[in-house]
Ligand binder design. Structure first.
Ligand SMILES: [Zn+2]
Length: 321
């Protein structure tokens, strides 16, 4: 099975498909995990390297290490199946948990090589658009919680990325936000920096839709920590908005002052030009061009700010410009 044509063409996918088959068949399994009504025949070689939880459980001084069997009492079998699929193949799929088909092939064992990253970005671009359901988002919360419980760092990363993508592309009126808040605040530690900040930001953006819901009042009373974080984030947002308003006002005043001083500079230049012209005329006229008398004149401007000026003969009133 190992060196198939599939493997030779696309080594990484080939390996991930191969491990997926070992997970299905249980062949060469050396550890049993029982979860709900299901049993998973797993391989320590796969589950231990990326999970300190399984490493510990497989140690020989633990009961589980001796019996080579672990009973997971609080874990949903469908969620655990998805965790194993992720560990074995790098494929993140939550369709069995949420009942909606969508998977993310992360090929995580390549530890985020650059080519994988760009492929994932493209995949994310394609995923953009379809709004998620509450079930989709709750499935990511469950996957994240399992990643936290079993200490699988890259599973937590993918689950929180999917949580953010799905949440941010879904209109708030299509989601049961109280249920999502309850799930996140029940299953993440109080210092969580992945799901909680994303959730809080989304709630702040949609606060006017959320606050009138009676279930929101219930969930916020139940999770005081969430209410506090929501309030703090709302204040930060309001501070930012008012700082921006002050900044905008200052910019507008500066713009007006700039325009005014430009206008003044232009007027001054016009008046200077007019005065220069006047001085030139006074210097060049000795006799009136009409009556021929020695020039006696009054300078006359067209208006206080006009740049036009002329001389008028005192004898015959002929204009000279
Ligand atoms: Zn004259």
């Amino acid at each position: 099975m190992p060196l198939t044509e599939e493997y030779l063409e696309r080594p990484q996918q080939g390996i991930s498909a191969m491990w997926g088959r070992y997970l299905e068949s249980g062949e060469y399994s050396d550890f049993l995990v029982s979860c709900g009504d299901r049993e998973f025949h797993v391989h320590r070689l796969v589950i231990c390297p990326r999970s300190s939880y399984f490493r510990l459980m497989c140690k020989e001084n633990f009961k589980e290490g001796i019996t080579q069997r672990l009973d997971l009492v609080d874990e949903d079998p469908d969620v655990f199946q998805s965790v194993l699929t992720f560990l074995y193949t790098g494929i993140y799929e939550t369709d069995k948990i949420s009942g909606c088909a969508e998977s993310e092939n992360t090929l995580a064992e390549g530890s985020c090589g650059s080519s994988d990253d760009s492929e994932n970005d493209e995949a994310n671009q394609q995923h953009q658009g379809r709004p998620a359901t509450t079930e989709d988002i709750l499935a990511h919360v469950q996957m994240y919680a399992s990643g936290d419980k079993f200490d699988i760092r890259d599973l937590k990363e993918v689950a929180s990325k999917m949580f953010r993508n799905h949440l941010n592309r879904t209109p708030v009126d299509e989601l049961d936000m109280p249920a999502i808040i309850r799930a996140v605040y029940t299953s993440t530690p109080h210092n969580d920096a992945s799901l909680r900040p994303v959730l809080i930001e989304y709630c702040v953006q949609n606060l006017s839709m959320l606050l009138p819901q009676p279930e929101m009042a219930e969930v916020l009373s139940e999770f005081g920590e969430c209410a506090f974080e929501l309030l703090r984030s709302y204040k930060d947002e309001a501070d930012l908005r008012s700082r921006k308003a002050v900044e905008d006002q200052r910019t507008a005043v500066l713009e007006i002052k700039k325009a005014e001083s430009q206008q003044l500079r232009e007027s001054l230049a016009k008046l200077q030009k007019r005065d220069t012209h006047l001085m030139e005329m006074l210097a060049s006229h000795h006799n009136c061009r009409s009556c021929g008398k020695v020039f006696g004149s009054t300078p006359q401007v067209y208006g206080p700010m006009s740049d036009r000026v002329m001389l008028r003969c005192k004898g015959c009133y002929t204009k000279h410009s």
